[in-house]
Design a protein around this ligand. Sequence first.
Ligand code: SF4
Length: 443
Amino acid sequence: MKADFTRKLLKWNAVQNRRIMPWKGEKDPYKIWLSEIMLQQTRVEQGIGYYERFIKAFPTVFALAKAPEKQVYKMWEGLGYYSRCKNLIHTARTLVEEHGGKFPSAYEEILKLKGIGPYTAAAIASFAFNECRAVVDGNVLRVISRYFGVSTPIDDVAGKKIYHSLAGSLIDPDSPGTYNQAIMDFGATICKPRSPLCGQCVQSKECEAFRHGYIEDLPVKSKSLKKKARWFYYFLIEIGDGVYIRKRTGKDIWQNLHEFVCFETDGDAAHGPGDILKKMLKRQPFIVRSSSEVYTQQLTHQQVHGRFIRVTIPLPGGGPEEDGKLQGPGKPALANRKVATISKRHKNTATSGQASDRAAGERILSGNKNAGASGQLRDAVDSDRMLLEKKITKLLARADEHNAQGAIGYQLVKKNDLHEYAFPKLLHAYLKQVYPSPARDDI
Ligand code: SF4
């Protein structure tokens, strides 16, 4: 039965398997490694684009090892599960520093590298070095469970033993790499999780689940993963052409990625965003421009929900058109008061002075204050803006002390430069709509 399975699988692979992937048949362990890491928790269709961009930017392990972390994270943006990216950088550096840039060729040695588990080590060892090691991923488990009619849960200790032993006994010792790729392709395209193509399957005559009609019941899982739900309010606090962001640094999800001013709550309705803003910004006036729908990102053990609230802090001396309602108490900024004083002076000039002075006065009075105002006014506005930025940064830092998000230090960055920072998938989805940029849309 086992020999039959392997023979038929290899024949199917040679004659009928049409699955095309850029890394198929690849012998370079570096490229195999990249593709396997990228495909963990990621659909092949999505992973292909990332793989091709990575190979172009970092064609060798040396290029990846010396690349700035910021650049690597940026290229990973949108792929999720960022610990993979962190381990990728770490292992690339280890390979260069301790192995002269070469991958070890034996399974056991490959397994010692950070971020490489039994599945990836078996893939690299068999594809690149022809070692007889069976890969065991979700596709392989499903095929084996159905073909042999094994109902032992795939995720408990006994099940793992059974499935690994069966997988090891099926592999073709003469072409382990080809066999491994074939069984993964077979699971992905024929013995699919839902609606498997049993009618076209070369294994159907011997397949236990098919013969006895319990395909849908296999494979069995002992426990379905319970995901913790988390709720984040993200405030996009804007001053002029800037918006506040910070880098996440704590022992939590999304380490080294950036985010906006963040507050975690117990649920979507637990606290109103307006109350959080008032508490955070104290007496500083602000305008709520919009509040988004709820965005959701699934992580392995968590389900993260996020709502985005776009907030503008009015600029001293007047800013761009504001379309929201001013909230929060506060006196007019210093520059506003100076504008009033200078405007008053120019009003007198405009009505009673000489023609040139009158023109200058009219320019200021017409509302084009920055263009027409004197250096004195511009300086006052600039210094007021700096004071305002400092004040908001301080308020945010103070508010952050009560926020166990594992991130520090908000900084004001230009909205046009946001594409240079790597954001989690959840934020990336919203960002693309609010601050579209050619650089970001490429991803
Ligand atoms: S017959 Fe159906 S269930 Fe059995 S191996 Fe083939 S596709 Fe999978």
